[in-house]
Ligand binder design. Structure first.
Ligand SMILES: Cc1cc2nc3c(=O)[nH]c(=O)nc-3n(C[C@H](O)[C@H](O)[C@H](O)COP(=O)(O)O)c2cc1C
Length: 397
């Protein structure tokens, strides 16, 4: 934690007083802290206590008349390694989820590309309200991390979920966050992720493809990059936006994907989530085939997962495959893992129209040796973060 630069935003909740203890804990570990206090936060803790503990000025106003040219929302965002909003109120969660920027705290978060960590604190009914639950889903989808809330007795006398994590728990969370990334950085980990469908051309206008959007693979590349892994995404046709800090190589056919994969070796991690067409036309017709003459013969496509898993000189240390099945999911996925020789298989059920192909949601089972780890239905970004975290643990523990 030494010398880590932390922006701490304190919102207007009763738990704001706990942030003072957190500042002390972080200062003991020689972190540099700059604090932003929301207007409501000021009703709960004073700028004087905060500046005495953080040994820095407290930022309160987006329109600071002494520092008009400074644009604190930009300079603070550039300065820090992480932004911790603690406590974050239901109100501020709603603002961040909808992209509002009407004070220094919300403007800074919107203007930043640094990791944002939220420590929610509120009454149990506020926390469980559909509106707050929808907001937290959105915030997780933006890639923000959460610590807490926990369950317990609250200042309002009620009992339930919504209690802010303790300063010690939040400190531990930050400590793990930074140490994981420091280990990844020292190991110089490299990953390749394949994603999306492929197009196998029959003639200049027709092709075989499938319904994959590439979303799960894009999210995994995004999560790995956020852990500090040097990540390249080899993407079949997809309309998705390139994740930040990820190198991208765009391809159309399975053969192109294979060539680009070979070029990228050696890597430490390979995640093969692309829905590569199993078959391609035996012969590509250079001229458009006439309507009444079509006779389509197919042949097997190259299997990139098997190629990587069985590579004798440059096999990635960890090869993760995907199995999209409609029935007997675990049985077929385990068979696939054994035939292909990959280390883990991530299996999902594509017969369920609410998850998988072209959905924002997924539900998967990761088969790792004899262990099966289930991740229940959730946003693909959440599932990706879980998979990336398991990959990182594999290299850091
Ligand atoms: C005594 C008191 C305690 C409050 N505690 C909380 C709380 O723990 N969590 C919360 O979300 N809102 C709480 N509120 C409501 C917020 O202060 C209010 O929604 C405010 O607009 C939040 O502003 P901010 O998000 O800019 O900090 C409390 C209000 C009062 C008067």
């Amino acid at each position: 934690m030494k010398k880590k630069k932390i922006i701490l935003i304190i919102g207007g909740g009763i738990a704001a007083y706990k942030s003072l203890d957190l500042i002390r804990l972080l200062k003991k570990r020689e972190c540099e802290i700059k604090v932003i206090l929301t207007a409501s936060g000021k009703k709960f803790v004073t700028p004087l206590s905060i500046s005495a503990l953080s040994q820095n000025k407290v930022y309160q106003d987006i329109f600071d008349s002494d520092r008009e040219a400074e644009m604190d929302h930009i300079s603070l965002s550039r300065w820090c390694d992480i932004i911790l909003f603690c406590p974050i109120t239901a109100n501020s969660m709603a603002k961040l989820a909808t992209g509002r920027a009407d004070d220094l705290a919300s403007t800074l978060v919107l203007a930043s590309n640094k990791q944002v960590v939220l420590a929610p604190a509120m009454n149990v009914r506020m926390w469980l309200h559909k509106s707050t639950q929808n907001n937290i889903k959105k915030l997780l989808d933006f890639g923000y991390l959460t610590v807490g809330p926990s369950t317990g007795e609250m200042a309002c006398g009620e009992y339930g979920e919504g209690k802010m994590s303790s300063p010690e728990q939040i400190y531990e969370f930050l400590n793990n966050y930074f140490s994981e990334r420091d280990i990844v950085k020292n190991k110089n980990l490299k990953a390749l992720v394949t994603a999306g469908p492929t197009k196998e051309y029959i003639d200049p206008v027709r092709f075989i493809t499938n319904n994959s959007s590439g979303k799960q693979g894009y999210e995994i590349a995004n999560s790995l990059a956020k852990f500090g892994v040097e990540t390249t995404l080899i993407s079949g046709p997809s309309t998705l936006q390139k994740p930040e800090n990820v190198n991208i190589v765009k391809v159309e056919t399975a053969d192109q994907m294979y060539r680009e994969t070979k070029k990228l070796l050696p890597v430490d991690i390979a995640v093969c989530s692309a829905a590569i067409s199993d078959f391609k036309p035996e012969k590509y017709e250079t001229k458009k085939i006439k309507k009444n003459t079509l006779n389509l013969n197919l042949k097997r496509n190259i299997d990139i997962l098997e190629f990587l898993s069985k590579h004798n000189s440059q096999r990635p240390k960890l090869v993760v495959g995907f199995a999209a099945e409609t029935n007997d999911i675990l049985k077929f996925a385990t068979e696939k893992k054994n035939i292909k020789y990959c280390d883990w298989i991530v299996a999902n059920d594509i017969s369920d129209s609410e998850i998988g192909f072209n959905s924002e949601y997924n539900a998967v089972s990761i088969i790792d040796g004899n262990r099966v780890e289930k991740i229940e239905k959730n946003l693909k970004s959440y599932i990706a973060n879980k998979i990336a975290k398991k990959i990182i643990n594999n290299f850091t523990q």
